[in-house]
Design a protein around this ligand. Structure first.
Ligand code: ATP
Ligand code: MG
Length: 446
């Protein structure tokens, strides 16, 4: 980029140099044409006497002996100025005029040879030219013309030159570069975005539609690999679930047999312990099967009346002595998986009752999301474990010692249901004591 800037800056200087030369050489060539016209009308012998009268301070003429010199080391600029001179003379006098540019130089306002900065700052750079002119029908004598001309009153303001420089060369080009770079980056990143979206969707729903396998080779390959990963995940999880379901299911028969045998034990403490352990095992199996069922998302989405869902849950809990208070109303039904959503809220309320003795449920509805807060006044959860408790089968030490009989699956099930609704569950210890579980269900799922 810097190299490009330097290169174009030098091109600009070159152009500006030639541009500053153009007006002076045109003015000089007009005078030259007039002079030649006069000389052509004169007899050859009177040329030396007339010559000094034809010139001025800025347009000096001198007769030189010998053959006319050629252009010294012509460079691009000199050639360009020579072209303007020849063209201008032949426009005025027709062809056959022999004028050779010997030197051309630009001087700044102070009369110094113009370099980059001087050229940028000079208001009216002056062109100094040395031109060799062949006398008509003379080969051993020529006229040396030393002429200086400025910009003929067309002054280029330094500020406008700088502004022009900055605007054209830098600002415009950088804007174009940036625009092209932005478009290119956007185009290049589009497949990556699609991949990120697909990964996000996969995280929420393992059965989300596969990625389109189109585009450039690398993108196609990435999409194919991604889809393959999704198929393997589905397969793996399916296998594990089936295995877990089979084991849980098959454990039921031996447990039932054990229960029968426990009935033949002599009544007393031992029998009670057996019954309790068997009860725990049965509820563990029941929750595991529930969990597996929760993973199976065959249930259709439907419009769910959250108010009556919560009222129903409260009635159920109250039947078994649980205290549930309800506050707030959902304004509209929510598109949701009815049975799953019920299980999700039920698990949260159950925790509040089990660990905090009562559940206080608050509903906050808005156009964006439905929020259900479940608060209790129990011991809460140590800050470090607030995320950990969502892991399946994880129960905190205190709860294990409690004879509460949980399996550690409730929160894990609740979160996976919330995620299936594009929502979330977060836990927070309340400053007043107790835990708050916040379930957010967006009204417009992604
Ligand atoms: N409201 C709460 N107050 C205090 N601790 C809680 C609360 N809710 C959950 N916990 C802690 O988080 C752990 C995990 O909860 P989770 O609901 O997943 O399992 P569980 O209640 O032990 O068993 P399950 O819900 O499967 O019958 C609990 O064992 C308990 O230690
Ligand atoms: Mg629980």
């Amino acid at each position: 980029m810097l190299a490009a800037q330097a290169l174009t800056s030098s091109v600009w200087f070159d152009m500006r140099y030639r541009h500053a030369m153009e007006m002076p050489i045109r003015l000089v060539s007009i005078q030259l044409a007039d002079t030649l016209r006069i000389l052509r009308g004169l007899p050859l012998e009177s040329v030396p006497q007339t010559l000094p009268h034809l010139g001025s301070d800025s347009f000096r003429l001198a007769l030189r002996d010998g053959p006319m010199p050629g252009m010294p080391r012509p460079d691009n600029t000199l050639e360009a100025v020579q072209d303007i001179l020849s063209q201008s003379l032949s426009d005025r006098l027709g062809s056959g005029v022999d004028a050779t540019l010997l030197s051309a130089e630009l001087a700044d306002d102070a009369g110094k040879s113009a370099n980059v900065w001087a050229l940028l700052n000079a208001r009216e750079p002056v062109g100094h030219f040395r031109i060799a002119l062949q006398l008509p029908s003379q080969s051993h004598q020529w006229i040396e013309v030393m002429a200086s001309e400025a910009q003929g009153g067309i002054e280029a303001k330094p500020f406008s030159i700088v502004a022009d420089y900055v605007l054209r060369i830098y600002v415009l080009r950088i804007m174009v570069f940036v625009a092209i770079a932005l478009v290119a980056v956007r185009l290049a990143l589009r497949p990556l975005r699609r991949l990120a979206d697909a990964a996000d969707a996969l995280g929420r729903d393992l059965h989300s539609p596969p990625l389109a396998e189109g585009g450039p080779r690398e993108v196609r390959q990435a999409a194919r690999t991604f889809n393959l990963m999704q198929r393997r995940l589905i397969q793996d999880i399916g296998e594990r679930t089936r295995f877990l379901a089979a084991v849980s299911h098959d454990l039921r028969s031996p447990i039932t047999r054990l229960r029968l045998r426990a009935e033949f034990l002599p009544p007393g403490e031992m029998q009670d312990k057996f019954r309790k352990d068997l009860g725990d095992m049965e509820s563990l199996i029941a929750s595991t099967l529930d969990y597996i069922r929760g993973e199976d998302r065959s249930e259709p989405r439907q419009s769910v009346d959250v108010n009556s869902l919560l009222a129903g849950l409260r009635a159920d809990f109250e039947e078994t002595g649980g205290v549930v208070t309800l506050q707030g109303q959902a304004r509209d039904p929510l598109p949701a998986y009815a049975t799953s959503l019920r299980r999700c809220v039920q698990n949260l309320i159950e925790n509040a009752i089990r660990y905090g003795s009562a559940a206080h449920v608050r509903i906050e509805d808005s156009a964006q999301a439905l929020r259900i807060r479940i608060e209790d006044t129990g011991p809460g959860i140590p800050e470090a474990s607030l995320e950990q408790v969502f892991e399946p089968f994880l129960r905190l030490e205190e709860s294990r010692n409690l004879a509460s009989g949980g399996t550690g699956l409730g929160l894990s099930i609740a979160r996976s249901i919330a995620t299936a609704h594009d929502g979330s569950i977060t836990l927070r210890n309340r400053s007043e004591g107790g835990l708050e579980a916040l379930l957010i269900l967006p009204r417009r799922p992604r």
